[in-house]
Design a protein around this ligand. Structure first.
Ligand SMILES: [Cu+2]
Length: 189
């Protein structure tokens, strides 16, 4: 092996390493880092908007937010808006006191969908609770199945389990062995 080949193999090894290191960070899923209202918060005033902050920059495309209160009533209104790492949606006037669940489904920068929910408690009935609601009619059970999991049919999901390619390791091993041989040859001259 000539020094030129040695140099070429060294570049190859560095490229393989960069690919390995790079794939570790680039394929991280977006993580929920916070919300407003915070998960588990108790509020006596109804918020007019909810927002969620993630570990990655978010886009409104393919992001869905739902806010579901007592009786499986939805309160989200308007479109999801995104700014940097935060997505938010407006709320209709909240109704009964109780638990409200903020459900989200977003797509990570690496294309993987991420979903989950946080919840807050409204301790004082919101403005909408003062409007007369039908009483004495028990709500039919399970009219809406899984309200917190809206589907975005167009989410560009990439198959899970593709994982890290094996070939950079093979390239790296071959290059290491080749480099070792070349160094041994040079030293032996
Ligand atoms: Cu991912």
């Amino acid at each position: 092996m000539t020094p030129r080949i040695l140099r070429v193999t060294a570049v190859g090894l560095l490229a393989a390493l960069a690919l390995l290191l790079g794939s570790g960070t680039a394929s991280a899923h977006a993580r929920l880092e916070g919300s407003d209202p915070a998960d588990g918060a108790s509020l006596d005033t109804a918020p007019q908007r909810v927002s969620l902050t993630f570990s990655d920059a978010m886009t409104a495309d393919f992001s869905t937010l739902t806010v579901v209160g007592p009786g499986d009533v939805h309160y989200e209104t308007g479109a999801v808006s995104a700014q940097d790492t935060t997505i938010s949606i407006g709320l209709l006037p909240l109704g009964a006191a109780g638990t409200y669940q903020i459900g989200y489904r977003v797509v990570s920068a690496d294309g993987h969908p991420v979903s989950g929910s946080v919840s807050f408690t409204l301790t004082t009935a919101g403005p909408a609770a003062s409007t007369p609601t039908p009483t004495g009619t028990p709500a039919p059970a399970a009219t809406s199945v899984a309200p917190a999991a809206p589907s975005t049919a167009a989410a560009p999901a990439t198959p899970e389990g593709g994982g890290m390619p094996v070939w950079p390791w093979i390239v790296g091993a071959v290059v290491l062995v080749g480099g070792g041989v070349a160094v041994a040859l040079r030293l032996g001259r």
